[in-house]
Design a protein around this ligand. Structure first.
Ligand code: AMP
Length: 505
């Protein structure tokens, strides 16, 4: 069973129903979407792409994102969506690791050809228009069938080693994720609409799957980015909308609603459901969000390795303010989603009693097939079916999971993951840098910001360091602050004491 059949069903049953919007403008019906995806699938197969070949999407949110994803599945290919905020060098590394043959790119994201590709197609080019030109009869274009256990999406996630790893998500993983949405997150009707505020290369794009399952509408903001005023305006004309947002985006929406004196009723016209996750949300911020925008929030916790499916804190849980443990529940990430079991274990994987803190383990049909070409990392991450998430937390008697910390050194800034090691490795190649340690500092806007403690050798300015980072990595990973120090605090084994650095901040 391939994900492409989700599109075929609606193209058969509801060909004239509006499916994709570019801002407020109608872009494609389900029928037109299928005709374009079929056209591209046909041309990719004719050009020699074979089942299982990888195709990169290194582009901003765009209506064509959806057409390319389903075209790739039509042709039996594996998609490799890459965060458009990455530096082209970082994207090249992914292209090479994935062995990708083709890429679809936004011009400003990859102005130069990326090394290692056979073909790079600009999404706004005449070449792309021709590739996506609709065929008259989509159903005449054969589907290159895949099995449920075949990889559909390679999801690159940063690792503590500083190099991203390709999480192999199968058709079954994504089908499970899609169906679970209706049970644990939100029911969806055909008249509903999702707006892609966050990057479609991540969770927001994954949620296209349940929305296509339900035959709902897909709205891509014309700006391709995150602008609270634009999102509210889209909600007024096409909504109420559902969306997936990192806590930083939720905060912007709440600020906007508050500054413009919108009551919960106005917010209800614009937004049906706001699903948040991907980074910790402070309970006080969620209490304010509920006060300002009303009961339209659902929290999910997951990770690339079990995409969007771990736990969920439902609208009802959040709204049940009279419950004696409401405050604790607000600070939790909710209960296990339907297709998975969640437990908390010690280092050997032995379950711990409720209330005790340990590593969060998840098992079920949403858990990845492993890391691409990395059997050692796969064997370490998934043991006897259990995914070792690297997150640390505890369960209560009712099954609510509260995250305490991350065993990985991850910094989450504005919903984007940044591994300190990646930033440290780049800074260590800057002239004049002897030692460096990168940590996250709490920040009211971004959740966390990147701070670098630097031991210099000779003279080096923060401007030089910033320029060095800009040339080598994604802008959002650059330290927002540099602290020059004579030496780094270390333990007896010479390991930098990051906790002490965090305390200094
Ligand atoms: P990613 O693989 O990019 O989706 O990042 C997953 C990581 O983000 C998880 O392992 C958690 O550390 C964190 N995360 C995801 N959802 C939540 C949440 N609801 N609350 C707190 N942290 C979260």
């Amino acid at each position: 069973m391939s994900l492409v059949h989700l599109l075929l069903r609606h193209a058969h049953q509801n060909p004239d129903r509006p499916a994709i919007f570019n801002g407020t403008a109608a872009w494609a019906t389900h029928g037109a979407w299928a005709q374009r995806s079929a056209g591209l699938a046909h041309r990719m197969v004719a050009a020699g792409l074979r089942p299982g070949d990888r195709v990169v999407l290194f582009m901003h949110n765009h209506p064509r994102y959806l057409e390319i994803l389903w075209a790739a599945w039509w042709a039996g290919l594996v998609v490799v969506p890459v965060n458009a905020k990455l530096h082209p060098r970082e994207a090249e590394w992914i292209v090479s690791n994935a062995g990708a043959r083709w890429a679809f790119v936004s011009h400003d994201v990859a102005p130069e050809p990326l090394a290692g590709l056979e073909r790079q197609v600009g999404v706004a080019s005449a070449e792309c228009d021709a590739l996506l030109a609709p065929v008259d009869d989509a159903f005449a274009v054969p589907v290159v069938e895949r099995d449920a256990q075949d990889v559909a999406w390679l999801f690159y996630t940063s690792g503590t080693t500083g190099r991203p790893k390709g999480v192999m998500l199968t058709h079954r993983n994504l089908m499970t994720m899609g169906l679970t949405y209706f049970i644990d997150v939100d029911p969806v009707a055909a008249g509903d609409a999702i707006v892609y505020a966050a990057p479609m290369s991540h969770g927001a794009g994954l949620y296209a799957i349940p929305h296509l399952m339900a035959g709902a509408r897909h709205v891509v903001p014309a700006s391709g980015g995150v602008d609270a005023a634009e999102l509210f305006a889209l909600g007024e004309s096409l909504g109420p909308l559902s969306t997936f947002a990192a806590p930083t985006i939720v905060k912007r929406l709440v600020d906007h609603a508050e500054q413009h004196g919108m009551g919960a009723e106005t917010c209800a016209r614009a937004f049906k459901t706001i699903v948040y996750g991907g980074a910790p949300m402070y309970a006080a911020d969620m209490a304010r969000a509920l006060r300002v925008m009303g009961p339209r929030f659902v929290q999910i916790y997951g990770q690339g390795e079990t995409p969007m499916v771990g736990t969920a804190l439902s609208r009802q849980h959040l709204a049940d303010t009279t419950h004696p443990r409401w405050a604790e529940r607000m600070a939790s990430v909710g209960v296990a989603q339907t297709p998975v079991q969640v437990r908390v274990a010690d280092e050997q994987g032995r379950s711990l009693p409720t209330g005790e803190v340990g590593e969060v383990l998840i098992r079920g049909d949403s858990v990845m097939a492993g890391y691409w070409m990395n059997p050692e990392a796969s064997a370490a991450a998934v043991r006897e079916g259990w995914l070792f998430t690297g997150d640390v937390g505890c369960l209560d008697d009712d099954g609510f999971l509260t995250l305490k910390d991350r065993s990985k050194d991850l910094i989450i800034s504005g919903g984007s993951n940044i591994y300190p090691r990646e930033v440290e490795e780049v800074l260590l190649t800057a002239p004049g840098v002897a030692e460096v340690a990168v940590v996250g500092a709490p920040d009211t806007e971004w959740g966390e910001v990147v701070v670098a403690f630097v031991v210099a050798q000779g003279s080096v300015s923060t401007e030089q360091l910033d320029a060095h980072c800009l040339a080598q990595m994604a802008r959002f990973k650059r330290p927002k602050r540099y602290v020059m120090v004579g030496e780094l605090p270390k333990n007896n084994y010479g390991k930098v004491l990051k906790t002490e650095l965090r305390t200094r901040l």
